[in-house]
Design a protein around this ligand. Sequence first.
Ligand SMILES: Nc1ncnc2c1ncn2[C@@H]1O[C@H](COP(=O)(O)OP(=O)(O)O)[C@@H](O)[C@H]1O
Ligand SMILES: O=C(OP(=O)(O)O)[C@H](O)COP(=O)(O)O
Length: 399
Amino acid sequence: MTVGFKTLDDIGSVAGKRVLVRVDLNVPMAEGKVTDATRIERVGPTIAELADKGAKVVLLAHFGRPKGEPKAEFSLEAVARSAAEVLGRAVGFAGDCVGEKAAAAIAAMKDGEVLLLENTRFHKGEEKNDPEFVRALAANGDIYVNDAFSAAHRAHASTEGLAHVLPAYAGRTMQAELEALEKGLGSPAKPVVAIVGGAKVSTKIDLLMNLVKKVDALVIGGGMANTFLAARGTEVGKSLAEHDLGQTAKQIMIEAAEAGCAVILPVDGVVAREFRAGAASETVAIDAVPQDAMILDAGQKSVEVVNQWIDRAATLVWNGPLGAFEIEPFDRATVEAARHAAGRTREGRLISVAGGGDTVAALNHAGAAADFTYVSTAGGAFLEWMEGKPLPGVEVLKR
Ligand SMILES: Nc1ncnc2c1ncn2[C@@H]1O[C@H](COP(=O)(O)OP(=O)(O)O)[C@@H](O)[C@H]1O
Ligand SMILES: O=C(OP(=O)(O)O)[C@H](O)COP(=O)(O)O
């Protein structure tokens, strides 16, 4: 398959060169520790290949959404430690991605060494793709490699801008992700069922408008479901929901009806008054959520409905957990649906493609990831790819 851009096969000699490698290290963390290292593992081949050829490998990454300000809770320092363990090689860390701290750390690098720079989103210029910030980043490199497919839907300085000012190549993971998605979902076997859950409601809801035209059924879970439930007038109490997106949710329901796409919302929910492990919880019908409670997981009846849709599907695409799976017992719906999809895939009855930083962690938690046809590091990016939307971080590599 032709990928339409230059890859590491085209890069030539990198010995002694400073290669800026955009990676996605936006990994799930709890108490300062990485809880799922899949994204780190996936960028390993690109880092190893460049370092072993004598490049100075300078990693650029974001973590969370610090909104352009340095904030300790969004530092990548702990991720650098975890990356060293996972990659089995030293990974240095510099406290800024531009300016003197970055320049001094890079100047001290020997060929073949790896350095991670602090969160690019500590600067407002990153998300604005500000040319001045792009130049400041570019000052630290001779070559740019983008291996962050999962951030390729963002037209940011480190994901898009840099490719305009430095010789640009796709990393091995970027290449592998696009090839695998094309193979699994290029012309998907029908019916196609999508499960979209999770918490990033405002940044993902718009893409549902197009997705309902591409799939036969859309199963909505997690915080996304709460937003749709609230939009149709169901009481969701203190649940994570974006009430100001009600109109968008209603419009998506209309578009889905016109396109003949079934939209499936939870029929029951596991509710609690506190968001902590072991909090007292109960399952209630979806129209009986107490005002002072939160829906933290889909209930058993909803899981049965989700599993029936998985049974009808020839192809399943999944991004976003069905509940707050990091905290037991609110992992049940996600775990059961994941195991069900894994079983159908094992039996050869389903092509299953799932992705997203937390979704991958949830599938690993369920022991289901290995049975899926393909697990992408990307969530939003893979859904946008599926919508048929050009991804800025990929398009710029094709110039
Ligand atoms: N009902 C819910 N209430 C609160 N948080 C939820 C709920 N359902 C899912 N979540 C949270 O959604 C997060 C994952 O969402 P998201 O970032 O969109 O997924 P991904 O990283 O896979 O793309 C998880 O941290 C999970 O706890
Ligand atoms: O975790 C990510 O996306 P995902 O939640 O869709 O998997 C990427 O790192 C992008 O992060 P962003 O959605 O804050 O731009």
